[in-house]
Design a protein. Structure first.
Length: 145
């Protein structure tokens, strides 16, 4: 139902983990993990975005390209606080997914709970299985040459 658009995304993610570069920028955002599965007549895509304010999430669909961007900002602290350890990644996260033609991109809903952004995309009516009845005595035509 969907296709990864960037074959090097996982390589970039691994490189970021190895070299400790976990801050994404708007020009070079970090990857966000996701799951995708079908639940009846709905396709579900879940993105891990812990600690991201829902107002900092941007979802766009252009034709069949779904783009999710989010920004995790540092928690505002007073001047008298000295950071001892900071391991949680900050910055911009992004993911692009090509949605299949069988999905109805006009009907996408989004919810955010417990740090997980969940998108639900309806499967288009034209893509749902349907029965075709067979008529008896119909459809026979003789072709003369």
């Amino acid at each position: 139902m969907l296709m990864r658009t960037d074959p090097f995304r996982e390589f970039d993610r691994l490189t970021q983990q190895l070299f400790g570069s976990t801050s994404g920028t708007w020009s070079r955002p970090s990857a966000m993990p996701m799951d995708a599965y079908r639940e009846g007549d709905v396709y579900v895509i879940a993105f891990d975005l812990p600690g991201v304010d829902p107002d900092a999430i941007d979802i766009d669909v252009e034709r069949n390209m779904l783009t999710v961007k989010a920004e995790r900002r540092p928690v505002t602290k007073s001047d008298d606080i000295q950071m001892e350890l900071s391991e949680r990644p900050l910055g911009v996260f992004s993911r692009q997914v090509v949605l299949a033609d069988s999905l109805d991109t006009e009907h996408i809903s989004a919810g955010y709970d417990a740090g997980v952004l969940t998108l639900r995309v309806s499967i288009a009516e034209r893509a749902k299985p349907r029965k075709i009845s067979v008529g008896v005595g119909e459809g026979r035509k003789e072709i003369s040459g």
